[in-house]
Design a binder for this molecule. Structure first.
Ligand SMILES: [Fe+2]
Length: 308
């Protein structure tokens, strides 16, 4: 294939982009179509699960660039779309949690890889209204005879998460892996580009707006990760402009932290709780409840804070 320009913007020498900036600048949908990347479609079979492995950590940061620009290795850009069990309907607001080894097969947090960033080569993204996500990383190295791979946990707003792994077709060590988990990588100007779509065994709720514009119901979503050790993400949606409060409180009813107290318009909202109370003190490990009150509706869910 002859390409006059890379399908992604050049990332050399620039700071990290927000997910939105990344998606907009990458032009995901048109890129994958225009440049002929084959989307990994597995009919209507859900994407196969794979083992979690020993190197998963809680609280990966929300980001689309998983390492510094001087990280040793071949730069790699992965995009994809998360869809429901009909293989068509995008899953908006899914958390795509990824982690991988560096070029030498070393995992941050668990091994001494010489990283300044304790979460090097780890991150979470939220899918947009088209179910799309994207991240920038490097091609993972080999370790203990394993193929090159990136670990994934994909969590829809409700329902079960999928734990799986991404492999690469050109890697001979990946031959025994499921075809739906092996993607081609396109090399352009020394950088690698790939598309990894994920089909969840998940029926997208009927109350989802088919135009993916505004919510049709007030809803508080399950936090992620849960349990958590440092921070957890809480999402909710509003159908109408409302007076909104979001509080975290103990089982005895005592409010620990007020996260939101504001008038907010219809839309989707994401916030983080860092496990601290209103005075900035670390809350004790244990079970907490978080509550959304908006437009005469109250919704409560449970969050578990682990010891630090
Ligand atoms: Fe691994």
């Amino acid at each position: 294939m002859s390409l006059s320009r890379p399908p992604f913007p050049s990332f050399s020498g620039r700071s990290r982009l927000s997910r939105r900036e990344f998606l907009v600048r990458a032009g995901l949908t048109t890129v994958s179509a225009a440049f002929g990347f084959d989307r990994v479609l597995a009919g209507c079979d859900p994407t196969p699960s794979d083992i979690l492995g020993p190197y998963h950590a809680d609280d990966h940061p929300l980001r689309t660039v998983l390492c510094s620009e001087d990280q040793v290795g071949t730069r790699m850009f992965i995009t994809g779309r998360v869809v429901g069990s009909d293989c068509v309907t995008p899953v908006e607001g899914a958390i795509v949690d990824v982690w991988q080894a560096d070029d030498t097969g070393c995992y941050s947090i668990f091994q001494s890889c010489g990283d300044d960033d304790p979460f090097n080569l780890r991150g979470q993204m939220l899918t947009d209204a088209n179910g799309e996500y994207a991240y920038e990383s490097i091609l993972p190295g080999y370790y203990t005879g394993r193929p090159r791979h990136v670990h994934y946990i994909v969590s829809p707003p409700e329902g079960d998460s999928l734990t799986t792994q991404l492999y690469f077709e050109d890697d001979p060590q990946s031959n025994n892996q499921p075809a739906a988990l092996r993607i081609p990588l396109e090399e352009i100007d020394g950088q690698l580009y790939g598309v990894f779509d994920v089909t969840l065994d998940y029926e997208v709720p009927a109350d989802s707006d088919p135009d993916h514009s505004l919510p049709t119901a007030i809803k508080l979503h399950q936090n992620y990760p849960n349990p958590f050790r440092a921070t957890t993400t809480i999402r909710y949606q509003l159908r109408l402009e409302s007076r909104v409060t979001v509080d975290v409180f103990r089982a005895d009813g005592r409010v620990v932290r007020r996260l939101v107290s504001a008038n907010q318009g219809p839309g989707y909202y994401t916030l983080e709780w860092d496990g601290r109370d209103d005075s900035g003190r670390q809350a004790a490990a244990g079970t907490y409840l978080y509550r959304l009150v908006a437009g005469g509706t109250t919704d409560v869910k449970k969050a578990i804070l682990l010891p630090r």
